[in-house]
Design a protein. Sequence first.
Length: 381
Amino acid sequence: MLLQRPQGVSPRFPCHPDYFSSIAQALNTIGHVVIEAIFDQKILDRCQQYAHDLFAQIRTDYEKGKFTKGQTSAYFSSTYSFRPDPPGAQHSQLFMSMIGRSSVLDLYSYLLKGDIAALHGPVVRRVDPTFPQGYTGLHADDQVTDYAEHAFKSKDIYTMWTPFDHVTEETSTLLLLSQAWRLVDENHQPTNINNPKKLKKVFLYNAFKDFSLDVTPMYLHHLPQKELTQQELSEFNQQHHQQLKELIETLGSDLYAPTVNQGSVIIFKYPTVHGSYLHNRMTQLRYSADIRFIGDFDVLAPFTFVHQEKIYFFKRYTQYIYDHARNTAPSLAVQVNELHHQLTVQQEQIAILSRRIIPTIKRAVKPILKKLGLLPYFRKE
């Protein structure tokens, strides 16, 4: 029997300043929005092909038995970064440049009250109806909370989820809960990605209603990390769909699974609980990428971060990259030399402008001086 779709209706907006206030309100109450038609579909097509080739190569490597424990975990969660080889670097830069040219930076600047940083991504994901255990279970994106705590202005965290193709009712989209729900353990303590241990029980808890729902089978850290036999796969699907059915019936309009056109994105605010929407209508696989946005912060401050992230800063929409793996704090001499270089460049630019502007001014002023009879006094100049 086909499952009923979640009943929640996701708020949808164009990415225009006239709607920024309404978008912020929706993010603070519902927890997510769909921002429509902001990205270049041709670039997304190229990213789609890259993702297809990437996962095909990963499957080949897995079958050859080359994987470490960490790589095996990534394989079964179908989650990868763009690889650091030339094709991966090219497509990663394509994706980030697409973001840099889009109006979504205006929205993030509004939400985060100034300059912004993108990090923990872009992460490429796949959900395939023929590989149902390779999906992302329920969780909230707490990987960059320590960075956000040191932001100069807003401490909020936003995730942007970008499908590479149209997400229809036959495709896996995101499953999103309203802001009222949190993931907790048996003692009502928050549990999440930064707490990766397997718990006996995991619940969705609504403090306003003082209501809990056991979602242990759908929790991120409880998904199988191995190839399943046909019997195991059948049991997995049955358990998952029974849990999803209960979730849909219990949460009602607090549960969302929006369709998304190519070029549109879902933005959601931490700590929105979400995961892949794995359902029995799926006939098409889906590739997507996600990345987190926080407010600008001081990378040279003496903080110790849990995750060493590659960070894309957008300072008035000019991007530069800080990579923990490559960048170290520059010495004072290096900083002085860089400032001296910038000063020299600016002086050269001023000299060029002077050579262009002064003759133009002279040509414009000469007729006026001649008319006033003052030209002889300036001929020596």
